[in-house]
Structures are given as C-alpha cells and as structure tokens.
Design a protein around this ligand. Structure first.
Ligand SMILES: [Zn+2]
Length: 482
C-alpha cells in the first residue's frame, strides 16, 4: 500500500532543495521502479486529464485571476516551449497565489508556478530555469507512464489524484480522498520519479533555457538558493521539498554544463520586475510592510528599479483606495514611459476602481488601439463595459479574445454576465455552468444547466447543447463522488 507521503514523493515534480538527511528518501518508502509496461494515454485522454487536473486545482487552490500576470507567465512559457524539444506540444502556464516555494507540472502540459517561487527569484532567467525544468519533465514524459490500461481509474478520479499529489499538503482533504480512490481503484502507478529523471530534466531544461536566450548560469544559482532556503524549514520542510533533492552533484553538474555556454549579460525584462511588484502587493496581507518595502527602494538602484518601486507604491495606493495618489503615480509613469503597457493599464484600472467609468473606458480603448495583442487589456475593458451597461460592446470585445484566453474561467464568467444583462437567461446560465465546471464546482454547474433548461424560448440547437452538457456534468459528478 502506498503511504500518502510516498505518492506525493513520487509524482510531485518540482525543484527541491537538498534533503535535510540523506536517509530521508528510504524512510519515505519509495514505490518500486518497474519498467513501463503500462500503456500510454492517448493524446485525447491526456488532454482531458490535463483539463480535469486544472479544474481540481481551481477547486483547491487560489489560482491567479489577474489577466496581466497570466499573460506574463504564458509569455515566458511560450518563449521556452518554442525552443523545447517538442515545440508542437500545447502548454498552459499559470500562477498559484501561494507563498510556498513550488512549481509543478501536470499532465496535458499544465504547469503551475507559485507566487512564492516567483518572488524568491532574483533574475528572470532563474524563473525561466524552473519553468524549463518543468517543461522538460513533460516533454520527456516523466510524469508517469504506467496507468494500467485494464484497471484504469476514471479520468476525473485520476485527475483528482494527480492534483492532490501536485499540491501535496496544501489540500490534505483532497489528498485523503485521492488516496482512497487509488486504493479502491487498485491502480498501479508506475512511478517515474528517479534521480536520472531529475538530471535529464536539468539537462534538457538547460538546452531549452539557453536556446530561448535566458542565462544558463541561472539554473545552478537558483538551485543553490533552494538548497540554502531548505535549511530554514527543518522538520517542517514542505512535502514537495522532500521529493526531488537538489543534491550537490546536481548543482555541480548543472554548473559545469552552464559554463560551456559563452558568458554574456541577460538583462531582465521590465515586465518581470513589474509582475513581481504586483505579486508582492497581491499576495502580502500586510500592506504597511509592502509599502515600506517599496518606499525603501524608491531612492535605490537604477532608474528602472526606482520606477518599479514607484509602480509598487501606486499599486499599494490602489489597494488602500487612495485613488488620487495612485492616479498621480501612474500618470507620471505612463507619461514618461508611454510604451510600457503596465503603466497604462494601472492608470485605467485606477479610474475604474474610482468609479470614473468614462475615463476608464476611454483609457482602455486607447490602450487596445495601441497594444492590440494584449489580451489582459481586453478583459479589463470588457469588465468596465459591463459595469457601465454597454453589454453589446463587451460581447464584441470578448469575441476577439484568442483561444487561450477563452479557456480561462474569467471568460465564461464575463460572458454569463453579458447574457444576463442582455436578458438572455438561458445563455447566461449556460456560461455560468461552464464557469463553475471549469473551477471544479460540478454541482453548481449542474444546477445552472438545469436553470438554463427551464428558461423560456430555447432554440432546439441550444436545447441539444444543454442536454449534452447536463449529461456530461452528471457523469462527472458520479465519477467524482464514487
Ligand atoms: Zn524535477
């Protein structure tokens, strides 16, 4: 029988500092490393599993909803995957708003990075090195290879299991439920966690990192940082930190390999600095401390670093609803750096939150003209249009979002609002159902579909869609509660 720790040990794919004691691994009762006799999942199954995995994470964790942060992490991820050994594979990157230092990969190319890890990095290449390592786990198919075909768990149960494993101790209840499911389902996971896989992910990850024009030397630097940080955890070291030890040999191998690349400077993007500033404001519960943090940096470092501190101060002012302060900070930044999109959106957001709707709409509109490919602006613009009752225009803007953005739960949530305002309750309930489903709330999804079916004036086409979705959700609920 697998102990919870053993399962988490086996499948949580993260970068981990060294174990406090070398014999720790044995105590954790590693499962057998048999050969991969289990069959691989089909592409469709893997995709479905990935979506389910993401759904469960939504139900259990605080997945970032800030469109700008989402856009940033996806941009870094895309730059890396384009240079990975499988550029055709579709990846989905997201940020988890948790202070623990963690990053993990699920099936279907879903890669999560905790805000705590991002804030711990001191260079963009360090963040990229973690992501490149996770990407390599996926492209090298380390995640797991052997779900026995004959005794396979249902996809939802399997996804719940993987989600529990990925987030480990952060959701103990889900962990227990998943464990019971594994035992009941008599599934043989053939665990592909080996030291060799870690080394392979490092090696392949570094190639990806270097060809994506990130600093290969950042990988050993960040590993060392992780190793040092683990000393502070003592016996309370988080589950994931136990699992993939960053050994001295891993660090020295990585360093040796990184030094074969010619030395050069890799400046951080300003977007990296601004994203970190925003994460700091969004994740810290002590606003006064954050304010002090940025205050101290206002007069330090390069011009760019000082502007980042100003941006941070502006976000703090916005959090405290000191709209005039925020307005004057962002005005000055946006005027000085008109091509830096984050300053423009912060200024528009300030008007929106101060309920100066006309100003906000005007600002977003101009930003969209200037930065037509920025999905985050479109989402915020649609949100402002909804607040001012311009539902038709909001609908139009939502229709221009790309496929990746339309996968985000916020999309169906906004669409549900649009239809609600347009007095089309069937469509409103339908999209609200999709929102609930996407965020792991299957029962609420079923309720919404039923409300949609009871609405007046359904076309036969919509009725057919609703019937199909209801059937699908009911099946999922059955699987989940089994
Ligand atoms: Zn790893």
């Amino acid at each position: 029988m697998l102990k919870p720790a053993a399962i988490a040990l086996a499948l949580s794919l993260v970068i981990h500092p060294a174990l406090p004691q070398a014999d720790e691994l044995d105590k954790l009762n590693l499962p057998e490393m048999g050969d991969s006799s289990g069959s691989l999942l089909t592409i469709a199954e893997e995709k479905e599993l990935g979506e389910e995995f993401f759904r469960y994470l939504h139900a259990e964790m605080n997945i970032n909803k800030d469109a700008e942060i989402q856009e940033y992490i996806q941009t870094i991820g895309s730059r890396l995957t384009q240079h990975s050994d499988n550029p055709a594979y579709r990846f989905h990157f997201f940020v988890v708003m948790e202070n623990d230092i963690n990053a993990f990969a699920g099936l279907g190319g879903y890669i999560g990075v905790n805000s705590g890890l991002i804030l711990m990095t001191e260079a963009e290449s360090e963040l990229a090195s973690v992501m490149a390592h996770e990407i390599a786990h996926v492209t090298q198919r380390h995640l797991y290879r052997g779900v026995e075909a004959q005794q396979r768990l249902s996809i939802p149960t399997l996804a719940a299991t993987l989600a529990a494993i990925a987030i480990g101790t952060q959701a103990p209840q889900l962990g227990q439920a998943a464990l019971a499911a594994i035992q009941a389902g008599n599934v043989q996971f053939q665990i592909d966690f080996t030291r060799a896989h870690e080394e392979e992910a490092d090696r392949v990850g570094m190639q990806t990192l270097a060809s994506s024009e990130y600093d290969p030397r950042s990988m050993p630097i960040f590993f060392e940082k992780l190793q040092q940080s683990s000393r502070y955890y003592g016996r309370d070291i988080p589950e994931f930190l136990r699992t993939h030890p960053v050994t001295a040999s891993r660090i020295s191998d990585t360093r040796g390999r990184s030094e074969t690349y010619p030395y050069k400077q890799y400046p951080d993007s300003l977007a990296y600095q601004l994203t970190k500033a925003k994460l700091r404001v969004l994740t810290d519960t002590n606003t006064t401390e954050v304010q002090k943090y940025f205050q101290a940096k206002l007069t330090l470092g390069t011009t760019e670093q000082r502007t980042v501190a100003q941006y941070g101060m502006g976000l703090v002012a916005l959090t405290l609803q000191k709209f005039q302060d925020a307005e004057s900070i962002f005005q000055s930044l946006a005027q000085t750096y008109p091509n830096q999109v984050q300053y423009g959106t912060a200024l528009a957001r300030t008007a929106l939150e101060a309920r100066r709707f006309d100003v906000a709409l005007d600002r977003y509109k101009k930003l969209i003209e200037k930065f037509p490919n920025k999905e985050a602006i479109k989402l915020e613009y649609a949100e402002s249009l909804l607040k001012t009752g311009d539902n038709k225009q909001a609908q139009k803007i939502l229709a221009t979002l790309n496929a990746d953005t339309q996968r985000l739960p916020v999309y169906t949530q906004l669409l549900a609002q649009v239809y609600g305002n347009l007095h089309q309750p069937a469509q409103s309930h339908r999209y609200l159902a999709e929102y609930y489903y996407a965020t792991g709330q299957t029962r609420e999804a079923i309720l919404q579909i039923r409300l949609a079916k009871n609405s007046r004036g359904l076309t036969p086409q919509l009725e057919a869609i609703l019937d199909e979705r209801l059937k699908f959700f009911l099946n999922r609920e059955k699987d989940e509660t089994r």
